[in-house]
Design a protein around this ligand. Structure first.
Ligand SMILES: Cc1ncc(C[n+]2csc(CCOP(=O)(O)OP(=O)(O)O)c2C)c(N)n1
Ligand code: SF4
Ligand SMILES: [Mg+2]
Length: 288
């Protein structure tokens, strides 16, 4: 359902990490001078997925786990739009995991923000794929999105931020949006966004986050090095944050460049009868 661009006040719990993402998206889009008219925000299902209601943008509330499919569709229909998909760890890494993996190899120039609170916030705090062992009886080790993202050999922009540091988050989102707007492909930013009601991790995460750019050998153009640095950081009990992959390739490699090319995209195509009559007749003549 496409909504009006008029925002409503956030309904999140006071202190929710998602407020940091809301502020950073707003600031990054404003700094990049992206007009409300040209920005589409596709929200998932979950507390995080309601973000599009709180911003002056064109918003779509997608089906649970299907926001990436819809966001790619919007981009292909009208490549001139800036498209941001935003949802939770449950949405993206459980029911939406298939779309998540394929988004990297599809490589449409959209930004995907996952607000990871290591729980299903909206449905009252069950374990999610990123939950720690023991959380609500969880017996499975947590999924690490950065390692998966780095393991897919496509020229994507990959980063992780923390809601406790909105300034860095804004800078990272700005870089991701620039990457998209240059048509270079998929940008993935996971934000560590504490759920103060069901999994309040602010203090713990503040102590444990480690900016990978401070590590010896940091080279975000080399995914092998970055995979190793991330894995070693996790094995040391720390939480890696920062820009994990910044592709060397300067060219336009987005899916829309390959499929739509220089054409305006179906949403802007002239579908009036008169100029298209000959091609419509040709199409119809093929039907017996
Ligand atoms: C098809 C479907 N299955 C299950 C649900 C129930 N459901 C709603 S939100 C949610 C998970 C939310 O967790 P997350 O994506 O992490 O978002 P958060 O609320 O933590 O921001 C689930 C399982 C649903 N709405 N639709
Ligand atoms: S339940 Fe958790 S994730 Fe949902 S709004 Fe409240 S603090 Fe945020
Ligand atoms: Mg969640």
């Amino acid at each position: 359902m496409v909504q009006s661009a008029k925002p409503v006040p956030p309904i999140w719990c006071p202190g929710c990490g998602d407020f940091g993402v809301l502020a950073a998206v707003k600031k990054a889009a404003a700094n990049q001078k992206i007009s409300v008219h040209d920005l589409v925000l596709v929200g998932g299902i979950g507390c995080s997925g309601s973000i599009h209601n709180f911003l002056e943008v064109n918003g779509i509330h997608a089906l649970h786990g299907r926001l990436l499919a819809q966001a790619v569709g919007v981009k292909l229909a009208n490549p001139s739009l800036t498209v941001v998909a935003a949802g939770g760890d449950g949405d993206g890494y459980a029911i939406g995991m298939g779309h998540f993996i394929h988004a990297f190899k599809k490589n449409a120039s959209i930004l995907y923000i996952v607000m990871n609170n290591e729980t299903y916030g909206l449905t009252k705090g069950q374990a999610s794929p990123t939950s720690q062992l023991g959380f609500e009886g969880n017996v499975e080790p947590p999924f690490h999105a950065m390692l998966t993202a780095l393991s897919i050999p496509a020229p994507n922009f990959i980063a992780r931020t923390f809601s406790g540091d909105p300034k860095t988050m804004t800078a990272v989102l700005e870089e991701a949006l620039r990457f998209n707007r240059e048509g270079r492909g998929f940008a993935f930013v996971e934000d560590l966004s504490p759920c103060v009601t069901y999994n309040d991790t602010y203090k713990l995460w503040r102590e444990k986050v480690l900016d990978v750019s401070k590590l010896p050998g940091y080279d975000p153009t080399d995914r092998k090095t970055m995979f190793r640095l991330c894995l070693e950081t996790i094995e040391q009990g720390r939480i890696p944050i920062g820009v994990m992959h910044r592709p060397k390739e300067p060219g336009h490699d987005g899916l829309e460049a390959k499929l739509v090319g220089d054409r305006p995209g179906p949403a802007r195509a002239d579908i009036a009868l008169a100029p298209n009559l000959a091609s419509y007749q040709k199409l119809l003549s093929g039907l017996t």
